[in-house]
Write a protein that binds this ligand. Structure first.
Ligand code: 3H9
Length: 703
C-alpha cells in the first residue's frame, strides 16, 4: 500500500505495518495519521487476527519529530499520546517487532503495544531529558509498569539507551530474537493467535514495589544535582511524573505527564538543547557536497610531530581503529612520543577503561618513523609541529615530495594562515587545516579549516574522517584564530580590561563560572601557560605594531610566573594541587599596572563582568559570521560548547544573545564602545547592528 510513510501488508492472519519514513521514522503528523489508519484497517479486516508494527532499514523509530516541535503540526491529531491509546485499545493483539534504534516516542509507541519482541542489539531508550523534556506520550507511566521502577528511573533520568538483551528479564521485552525481525515478529504473532492469548494493556498493570519510596527519594536527590545544569529541570519533572505513576491512577498520571511535558517545552533549557541538537547536525555538513564516490576514504594516517598535540591526535586515530605513522626528526623525540602513547594505553587498561587486549591492539596500529618516505602510503598527513610559518612551510614542502599525489595534507595550526602553508605545495586543493583542541584525544571539537583552494573532496573526506573518530567537526574559514581562538582573544581582552579597571582575577573567574562556564579566563590562562598568550600578543605586535597595547601579564611573564607549570601566574599553586590560591605578587603587579596607566580602580558588578566578557564573544562572533568564516551562528555555538566549556543550558554565545535580545546586546556594546578610550573592537559589528534594528536573530540569519 499506499502511504509514503508506511507499508501495510497482510501475511495470512497477520497484518504487518512497517514504518518507512527515512531517515529515522520520526513520528511526524503524516506518519501518526497513517499509522492510526493502518491499525484501524487491520481491526476492521475480519481475516486479520494480530498486528505487527516494525521499522525499516535498521530503525524502529527515533521518536517524535523534533522539527515539528513548536509548530502547529505537533498539536495536530492524532497526537502521539492519542495514537498510543488507540493502539493499546486495539481489540486485536499488537506486537512491536523492534530492531535498530527505538527511542523516545518510538519506545512509547512500543510500550502501548501488547507485546514486544526485539533484536538483541536493538537500542532502547527514552532520551527526552537530553532535549530538556520528559517523555510526553506515556513513557513515564508505562515504562515503570513494564520495566520496574528502578530500571525506569535509571533509563528516564539518564536518557541513555540500553541494548534489548539487557532488558530480557523485564516485562518490557517479551522475547529477544536474532535474524530477520519481521520474520520473528510474524512468527511471534502467529503463536499468540494460536494460543489465543488475550491483549495485555500496559496501563492496566500495577506498580507494586516495596522499595518505591526509597527509589524515588534517591532519584529526587540525584535529579537536583548533576554537572550539566541544562538537564536539571527536566530530570526533576521526570521524577515528579514517575512518582505520579506510582501513586495515582493511570489517567491522572498521564495528564500530569502531559502538563509537565508542555511546560518544559517552553523552557529556556529545552529551547537551547533543541537548538544544539540541530546545530550539531548541521555543523559537520558542506552546503555543496561532492558526490560520495568522488571522495577518497581516509584510512591510513600520518602525523608529523610527536609532541603533546601530535601524540594526542595519534591516539584519536588509534582509538578509531586507523593505522598511524608517527614521524619525528630525531630518535629521542620519537621515543618520547611513543612512550607517551604507550603509557596512555597502559593507564587506560589499568583503570579498566580498556581491556589489555584492546590496548595492545590499538598500540599495534602505531608505526614510529624517522623519514618522510615512511608517509608514502598515508591518505591523510597531519602536521603538528612548532607554530612557525617557516617551519610549517618546510614540513609541507617535504610532505609534498614524499606523499602520494592524492594524499591530503593538513596543518594543526591554531592561527597561522592555511593558504600560505598550502602555497608551499603543488597540491593546494588537497591542503586544509585540522585544528584539534588539547588534549586532542579527549576534546571532541575539530575545526576543519577551509583554505582558499581546499577542494570539496578534501573537505568531505576530512568531515567523514572526523565522524569516524567521534569528533564534532565545524567548518571554519581562514583568519587569525579561526572561529574559537579568534573569539577567545576578544573575551580575554575584555577580562583583562575588567582587571585593569578594578576587578580581581578571582572576581572575574568566579562571575563567569557562576554564569556556568567550566573555567574562568584567568584560571584558563594559568592552565594553558601565560607564555602562550604572550607569544600571540608578540606575533600580532610584529604583524601590526599599531595594534599593540601593554598587558598586565607581560610583567608576570617577564618575572617567570607562567601559570600552573611554574607554580604561579595569576594565582599561586601548591605542589600537586591545581586549586588556585591568592598570589600577592600578581596583585602588586596589577596595582603597578593601574598606576602606570593612570587608572583609578572602580567597583565592578558581577553583571557587568558577565556582560562584557560574553558580549565581547558575541560581537566577534557576529563579525565571523558576516565575513563568512563560519557559515551559521550554530557552527559558532558548537565550537564554544565543545571546545570552550560554554554552558549548554544557554545553547552557546550566539543563541544566548538571541535569547537575551540582540537590541539589548547591541545597546550595551554601543555604550561600552562610547566610553572614553574604549578600543575599537567594542563597536557593535555591522551584522549585529542590522539584526538588532530589524528585530531578527542570529539563528534566523541565512537559515
Ligand atoms: C520525543 O520523542 C517526545 C515524546 O516523548 C513525546 C511527544 C509528544 N526527529 O543524528 P543523526 C534527524 S522527543 C526529527 O545525524 P545518527 C537528524 O536531525 C525525541 N529528526 O544520525 C538528522 O537530520 P539531517 C526523542 C530527527 O545515525 C537525521 O535524522 N528522540 C530525529 O548519528 C540523522 O540523524 C531523540 O531524542 C527526530 N526525533 O543518529 C532521538 N532524530 O540529516 C534523537 C534524528 O537533516 N536522535 N533526526 O541532519 C538521535 O539520537 C539520533 O539522531 C539517532 C541517529 C540515534 C536516532
Amino acid at each position: 500500500m499506499n502511504d509514503p510513510t508506511l507499508c501495510y501488508e497482510e501475511h495470512g492472519e497477520i497484518a504487518l505495518i512497517r514504518l518507512c519514513r527515512p531517515p529515522v521514522n520520526s513520528l511526524g503528523h503524516a506518519l501518526r495519521a497513517a499509522l492510526l489508519d493502518a491499525v484501524d484497517r487491520a481491526n476492521r479486516q475480519d481475516t486479520v487476527q494480530a498486528i505487527v508494527i516494525t521499522g525499516s532499514a535498521g530503525m524502529f523509530s527515533a521518536g517524535a519529530d523534533i522539527s515539528e516541535f513548536g509548530t502547529p503540526k505537533a498539536a495536530r491529531e492524532p497526537r502521539l499520546g492519542r495514537l498510543i491509546l488507540a493502539l493499546e485499545d486495539s481489540l486485536k493483539p499488537v506486537i512491536a517487532a523492534i530492531s535498530g534504534t527505538c527511542l523516545g516516542g518510538g519506545l512509547e509507541l512500543a510500550l502501548g503495544a501488547h507485546f514486544r519482541i526485539a533484536a538483541p542489539d536493538a537500542r532502547i531508550g527514552l532520551p527526552e531529558v537530553k532535549l530538556g523534556l520528559i517523555p510526553g506520550a506515556g513513557g513515564t507511566q508505562r515504562l515503570p509498569r513494564l520495566a520496574g521502577l528502578e530500571r525506569a528511573l535509571n533509563m528516564i533520568l539518564s536518557g541513555n539507551d540500553v541494548p534489548a538483551e539487557q532488558l530480557q528479564d523485564t516485562g518490557l521485552i517479551d522475547a529477544v530474537a536474532g535474524g530477520d525481525i519481521v520474520h520473528a515478529g510474524i512468527g511471534f504473532a502467529r503463536r499468540i493467535v494460536a494460543e489465543n492469548m488475550p491483549v495485555r494493556k500496559t496501563r492496566d498493570l500495577a506498580i507494586s514495589d516495596p522499595a518505591a519510596e526509597a527509589f524515588l527519594g534517591y532519584a529526587r536527590t540525584a535529579a537536583a544535582t548533576g554537572k550539566d545544569k541544562a538537564l536539571l529541570p527536566a530530570r526533576q519533572k521526570c521524577v515528579e511524573a514517575i512518582s505520579a505513576a506510582v501513586g495515582l491512577p493511570f489517567e491522572q498520571g498521564i495528564a500530569l505527564e502531559r502538563e509537565k511535558f508542555h511546560l518544559l517545552m517552553q523552557s529556556g533549557e529545552a529551547r537551547a538543547l533543541r537548538y544544539i541538537f540541530k546545530a550539531e547536525r548541521a555543523a559537520g555538513k558542506l552546503d555543496d557536497p561532492p558526490s560520495s564516490d568522488a571522495v577518497h576514504p581516509v584510512s591510513n594516517i600520518g602525523i608529523v610531530g610527536a609532541g603533546t598535540m601530535g601524540t594526542g591526535i595519534a591516539i584519536s586515530f588509534l582509538d578509531g581503529g586507523m593505522p598511524v605513522t608517527l614521524l619525528e626528526m630525531d630518535q629521542t623525540a620519537l621515543d618520547r612520543g611513543v612512550i607517551r602513547i604507550r603509557k596512555h594505553y597502559e593507564l587506560a587498561a589499568k583503570k579498566g577503561k580498556l581491556s589489555a587486549a584492546s590496548a595492545a591492539q590499538r598500540l599495534s596500529l602505531l608505526t614510529p618513523a624517522l623519514d618522510y618516505a615512511s608517509l608514502s602510503a598515508a591518505d591523510l598527513v597531519i602536521e603538528a609541529v612548532f607554530e612557525d610559518m617557516d617551519v610549517k612551510k618546510q614540513v609541507f614542502r617535504q610532505l609534498d615530495q614524499a606523499c602520494k599525489p592524492e594524499a591530503i595534507l593538513a596543518t594543526n595550526t591554531s592561527y597561522l594562515d592555511v593558504d600560505r602553508i598550502a602555497q608551499a605545495t603543488r597540491r593546494p586543493s588537497n591542503v586544509l587545516g585540522l585544528h584539534f583542541f588539547s588534549p586532542a584525544n579527549i576534546m571532541r571539537l575539530l575545526e576543519v579549516v577551509r583554505g582558499e583552494a581546499s577542494s570539496r573532496k578534501t573537505l568531505a573526506a576530512c568531515l567523514a574522517m572526523a565522524r569516524r573518530i567521534g569528533k564534532k567537526a565545524v567548518l571554519a574559514g581562514v583568519c587569525d584564530g579561526f572561529i574559537g581562538n579568534r573569539m577567545l582573544a576578544r573575551y580575554s581582552a575584555a577580562a583583562h580590561q575588567l582587571v585593569a579597571e578594578g576587578a580581581t582575577p578571582r572576581q572575574v573567574d568566579s562571575s563567569l563560572t557562576g554564569f556556568g562556564l567550566a573555567m574562568g579566563p584567568f584560571q584558563m590562562s594559568d592552565l594553558a601557560g601565560l607564555d602562550i598568550g604572550y607569544a600571540a600578543r608578540m606575533r600580532r605586535k610584529n604583524e601590526n605594531p599599531g595594534s599593540w597595547r601593554p598587558h598586565i601579564a607581560d610583567e608576570l611573564v617577564a618575572r617567570g610566573h607562567l601559570g600552573q607549570k611554574t607554580g604561579s601566574g595569576w594565582y599561586r599553586y601548591e605542589e600537586g594541587d591545581r586549586a588556585p590560591k591568592p598570589f600577592p605578587l600578581a596583585d602588586e603587579i596589577i596595582d603597578e599596572y593601574r598606576s602606570s596607566q593612570g587608572i583609578v580602580p572602580r567597583k565592578i558588578s558581577q553583571t557587568e563582568i558577565v556582560e562584557r566578557c560574553i558580549y565581547a564573544l558575541v560581537n566577534e562572533g557576529a563579525r565571523i559570521l558576516e565575513e563568512g568564516i563560519a557559515a551559521r551562528a550554530g557552527d559558532i555555538d558548537v565550537v564554544y560548547l565543545n571546545g570552550y566549556g560554554f554552558p549548554r543550558r544557554f545553547g552557546g554565545p550566539m543563541f544566548y544573545a538571541d535569547e537575551v535580545g540582540l537590541k539589548h546586546v547591541h545597546d550595551t556594546l554601543h555604550a561600552y564602545a562610547s566610553a572614553p578610550g574604549a578600543e575599537d573592537w567594542w563597536r557593535p559589528a555591522p551584522l549585529l547592528r542590522s539584526l538588532a534594528a530589524s528585530g531578527a536573530t542570529f539563528e534566523e540569519w541565512k537559515n
